[in-house]
Design a protein around this ligand. Structure first.
Ligand code: RNT
Ligand code: ZN
Length: 419
């Protein structure tokens, strides 16, 4: 039983154990307050959004599963996000895609969207103690095709330039409203199924489009550019590859988004953090879980996520890294999916904060590699979970697996009634 007494007892023992290694668990708990997750709105409704067009999901991404109860309206989505957030410690952000605007049943095309379509979101977020982040949406639209911002056809390209400029303006308004910069993520699927005959051409067009889009300077939003290895149906070539955006970001001082599903599966995303910190202003994360491809499985506490969090903490870079999530699993309870993924990400950061980094670095500097290895190995079985339980208890969210029954109850009362 996780009674209050047991939680306190276990915490006291853990505290001593960590103190012996020079780790202050209370300082770690204090630092956890700096970890604010940007929850991705699209887990609640399988990346459908609220446009009137009601088209299929395109752009090389896929949602699998048809678990009942997906959010169908803004109100349902807001209720689901609130429920999930109530089971996750700390204060959160919500990352909205453009297609989640409050369009009031009107047809608002992507090149017509305005801040007013997000006014009710800004107010809702304020009332719910959340900050907003934003994403332009170039997929799932009749003009999406295989090429958007890198399209040689100016009528298509300009349409998407207009869309993206408007999204930056909306982000600026959000940032101003919430008195905290809105992170705007730009991801486009542009690519080709078959081997292209000219790779340079489309990348040069994309560079030109980005320059046009970023020409206006804003103070309350920050631009993030997200690369990808490939999309389904676009396997041979991705215009916005990692090299492309890393080069663009380093040259033009833009934030590169690292989506952990967007690399070769044996490539370490964690290893990129220290390099980006040296050459780009900040880092945006899309924490995800690729299984064999960019499958966007629910994030769990695996080595990849732990490595990533550790690199950020070791670099003392919490104030330069924005932690967004990006996965969409429609095979299980969607609120549960939020909670599992968010809590796993938080656990990874807590583990990283509990690392006796000074000691390990001292061993390394002294060439004591056996000691470095041995301690790294021992850390895996230290009682970090007692600190985790305390973190949840202090933040008034369910401790351990006890949040499961809240998700079950919400399913019974709410999501199971949606047909
Ligand atoms: C797709 C990218 C992108 C999307 C969201 C919906 O591979 O990861 O971030 O998942 O924008
Ligand atoms: Zn992503």
């Amino acid at each position: 039983m996780t009674t209050e007494n047991n939680i306190n007892k276990a915490f006291e023992i853990a505290k001593e154990r960590y103190a012996a290694l020079g780790v202050d668990v209370n300082a770690a708990l204090e630092n956890m307050k700096k970890i604010s997750l940007s929850m991705h709105c699209w887990q609640a409704d399988d990346v459908s959004g609220f446009e009137n067009q009601g088209g299929d999901l395109t752009g090389g991404i896929q949602v699998t599963g048809n678990y009942p109860g997906r959010a169908r309206t803004i109100d349902e989505l807001r209720a689901d996000v609130s429920k999930a957030a109530s089971l996750i410690a700390g204060s959160h952000r919500l990352s909205l895609h453009e297609i989640y605007g409050d369009f009031q049943g009107k047809n608002v095309d992507r090149n017509e969207v305005e801040p007013v379509h997000f006014q009710s979101w800004m107010e809702w977020a304020k009332e719910n103690g959340m900050k907003l982040d934003f994403n332009s949406t170039s997929f799932s639209h009749p003009k999406s095709g295989d090429l958007t911002l890198s399209n040689p056809d100016d009528s298509i390209r300009n349409f998407w330039i207009e869309h993206t400029k408007r999204c930056r303006k909306i982000s600026e308004e959000m940032g101003k409203f919430q008195n905290d910069p809105c992170m705007m993520n730009l991801w486009i699927h542009d690519g080709s199924k078959e081997v292209p005959a000219n790779r340079l051409k489309y990348r040069a067009i994309l560079e030109k489009s980005l320059d046009e889009i970023f020409a206006t300077e804003y103070k309350n939003m920050k631009d993030c550019i997200e690369a990808k290895l490939f999309g389904i149906g676009l396997e041979s070539y991705t215009v916005g590859s990692y090299d492309f955006y890393l080069g663009y970001g380093a040259k033009k001082n833009k934030i590169v988004t690292l989506d952990t599903g967007h690399f070769h599966l044996t490539e370490s995303v964690a290893d990129k953090v220290s390099s980006l910190l040296l050459f780009t202003p900040e880092i945006m994360l899309h924490v995800s879980r690729p299984i064999r491809w960019d499958s966007d499985h629910v994030v769990i506490l695996n080595d990849d996520v732990m490595d990533l969090a550790r690199e950020i903490i070791r670099s003392n870079a919490l104030d330069r890294v924005h932690i967004g999530l990006d996965y969409f699993d429609a095979t299980i309870n969607r609120i549960g999916a939020y909670v599992v993924g968010c809590r796993a990400t938080q656990k990874a950061f807590l583990l990283a904060l509990l690392e006796p980094a000074a000691k390990l670095q001292e061993y390394e500097a002294n060439g004591q590699y056996f000691e470095r290895l041995a301690l790294q190995e021992e850390l895996k079985s230290l009682p970090w979970h007692a600190v985790w339980d305390m973190y949840c208890a202090q933040n008034d969210v369910p401790v351990g697996e006890s949040y499961m029954k809240e998700v079950q109850q919400y399913e019974k009362d709410v999501t199971s009634k949606r047909n």
